[in-house]
Each structure stands twice: as structure tokens, then as C-alpha cells.
Design a protein. Structure first.
Length: 336
């Protein structure tokens, strides 16, 4: 038997999955192991290898069946998995600076390893879930979490770009002034830009920009007197229950996505638009409302473009590992 593994290295946990050549995932649920990235590459890579053995046992396979391993991590990193020399939130230990995590894991495991950043891995899973592993389709995925990740898949392949920043959708600028009901807002992103997608459409944006903007307009709201960071985390649940302030925040996020997707429609004429992440891990009713608001936020479309499908990405918490496995399967197929 010859199959591939997908390994998603997150901030605190490593998530594993396996995919066979019939495109069937051998682990359905979350399969986690502690990450230990803070302790540097040596310990972290050992931890990844140890967790892989445990996960293989759980899936009822032998590690010798694993032909290729797909790895995904948070960025910034090069297209081939060399972590930024400036360090990053998830790789604070000094030894990570400029470390080639793909090659490091390849040496550790003695198997070929492919690399994607976590946004691109999620986008590849969203694409595969709709089109399967043999498609020539194009899709754009936006994943709303703490930040805004995602990716562009054209002809079935991830657009990684020259230096690994392909599909860095959160930092694409929007004509946000065209969104109704936010006159005078100053959406500043952590990257320094004003008015990019992440600056309006992320958990960070809720705490930093949208709640402070809308709260004074709702003087009796229960969020007054609450810490902003705490209130920000409650917004999704309250929006789902119909709270007017929380709905207004999600409407603005949906309209920002609508403006962004409109830019992508006219750039790629894609087969599908896909939305994922914690923000829409909600009931079906709220998801349907959110998708309709995305459409409401789009400028008028040409007749040929109006019917573009917008999907919700399923299995959000396993998306990274699944996408990493799909990339590994592509390598396995190319080799055989
Ligand atoms: Zn930005």
C-alpha cells in the first residue's frame, strides 16, 4: 500500500491525516499531538515524527506505507518552506530564523516532504472538496480566522508565487469606502495597510476596528463595560442569535468579502468562491445569510458572472492537514 500523510503544524498543536490513492481520507476527525514549536526546530521536528507514528497506529497503517509527507505551517515562509529570517509569531525560537523546515522534516523522516503555508493548504482542501484531485478548475478561498488567510488555485494547482506570498489575500487592498454604513472608519491592518481585506474581515478586525466603530452607535449594548478582546470573541455567537450590533459587524465583513470576490471574479473568472474559517463555523441558517450578504456586497455583475457559486469550506479545523495531504498526493502521482 502506498499513501500520503498530511501534517499541519499549528501554534500549539500538530494535526495529522492520511490520504490514499483513491482520494479517501483515513482519519475523519481531528488527530492532534502537542506542537512544542517554542522549543526550536530540533525538538519540534522530533515531536512531529513521534506524533506521526501515533497517528499511523490510530489509522491502522504502517509508517512504511507512507510514500510522501505533506507539511503545512503558518508563514511567513518561502514557497519551498524556508521560514522567514525575521522570525514570526509561531516560530519565536532563534533557531527557526531562516530554517528550511521542509528539508529538515525530510531528513528527520527519510521520506520526501512537500510544503505549503497554512492558508494555501486550506484553500487546496476547499478546492479538492468540490472538484476532486484531477480538476483543471480555478477557485479562490478566503479563510476568516484571527487574520484572513486563503489561496488561489488555478488549473488545480496552488499559486505560491515567486517568494511564497502568492494567495496572501488578507493584504489585498479594497475600495472599502464603497461599503455602506461605515463612513469615517479607519481600518488599519497589522501589515500597515489601511483598508485591506484582513483589516475588515478577521477576528482581529472585530476587536481593533469594527467593535470600537459600532459600539457607540448602540449605547445600551451589553458589550459596554466588557473588555474589547473578550467582546470580540462573543460577536459570532451573538450575530447568530440575531443581535443587531453583531449582525452589523458581520454584514460589513461579508460586504468586504463581496468587494474582494468581485476583484477576483474580474481577475480570474473562477469556477468557485469558497469561504472558510472560524467566523462561519455556525449553523446553516447563519451561513446562508452570510453568503447572501457577500452577494449583496458585490457590485453589479455581468449576466455571465452572476451565477458564480459561493461555497462554505467544511471540516475547518482539519483543513490544513487535508490540504497538505492533497499536495503530497500530487507529488506521489507525478512520481509514479
Ligand atoms: Zn494587511
Amino acid at each position: 500500500m502506498s499513501l500520503v500523510a498530511g501534517i499541519d503544524l499549528g501554534g500549539t498543536a500538530i494535526n495529522y491525516t492520511f490520504l490514499d490513492q483513491q482520494e479517501k481520507f483515513l482519519i475523519e476527525e481531528l488527530c492532534e499531538h502537542p506542537a512544542r514549536s517554542k522549543e526550536g526546530p530540533e525538538i519540534c521536528l522530533g515531536q512531529i515524527a513521534e506524533g506521526l507514528v501515533i497517528a499511523a497506529h490510530r489509522a491502522g497503517i504502517s509508517t512504511s506505507d507512507i510514500a510522501v509527507v505533506g507539511l503545512d505551517t503558518p508563514g511567513p515562509a518561502s514557497a519551498t518552506g524556508v521560514l522567514s529570517a525575521r522570525g514570526s509569531t509561531n516560530f519565536v525560537h532563534a533557531d527557526w530564523a531562516g530554517f528550511d523546515i521542509r528539508a529538515g522534516l525530510e531528513t528527520k523522516l527519510g521520506k520526501p516532504v512537500t510544503y505549503l503555508n497554512d492558508g494555501n493548504a486550506g484553500a487546496l482542501w476547499g478546492h479538492f472538496n468540490i472538484f476532486g484531485g484531477h480538476s483543471q478548475a480555478t477557485s479562490i478561498s478566503a479563510i476568516i480566522g484571527t487574520g484572513l488567510g486563503g489561496g488561489v488555485i488555478t488549473g488545480g494547482h496552488v499559486v505560491k508565487g515567486r517568494s511564497g506570498f502568492g494567495g496572501e489575500l488578507g493584504h489585498v487592498l479594497l475600495p472599502y469606502q464603497s461599503i455602506a454604513g461605515i463612513a469615517g472608519i479607519q481600518p488599519i491592518c497589522n501589515c500597515g495597510r489601511t483598508g485591506d481585506l484582513e483589516s475588515l474581515c478577521s477576528l482581529t478586525a472585530i476587536g481593533k476596528t469594527l467593535l470600537p466603530y459600532f459600539l457607540p452607535k448602540f449605547p445600551d449594548h451589553e458589550y459596554h463595560g466588557m473588555e474589547i478582546a473578550q467582546a470580540a470573541k462573543l460577536v459570532r455567537g451573538m450575530a447568530e442569535r440575531g443581535d443587531p450590533l453583531a449582525r452589523e459587524i458581520f454584514r460589513v465583513q461579508a460586504h468586504a468579502l463581496g468587494v474582494f470576490f468581485d476583484e477576483m471574479i474580474n481577475t480570474f473568472d473562477p469556477d468557485a468562491l469558497i469561504v472558510g474559517g472560524g467566523a462561519i463555523e455556525t449553523g446553516k441558517g447563519f451561513q446562508a445569510w452570510f453568503i447572501q450578504e457577500i452577494r449583496n456586497g458585490m457590485p453589479q455583475q455581468r449576466a455571465e458572472q452572476v451565477g458564480i457559486p459561493i461555497y462554505i469550506m467544511p471540516n475547518g479545523d482539519t483543513a490544513g492537514a487535508r490540504g497538505a495531504a492533497i499536495e503530497a498526493l500530487e507529488m506521489l502521482r507525478a512520481r509514479s
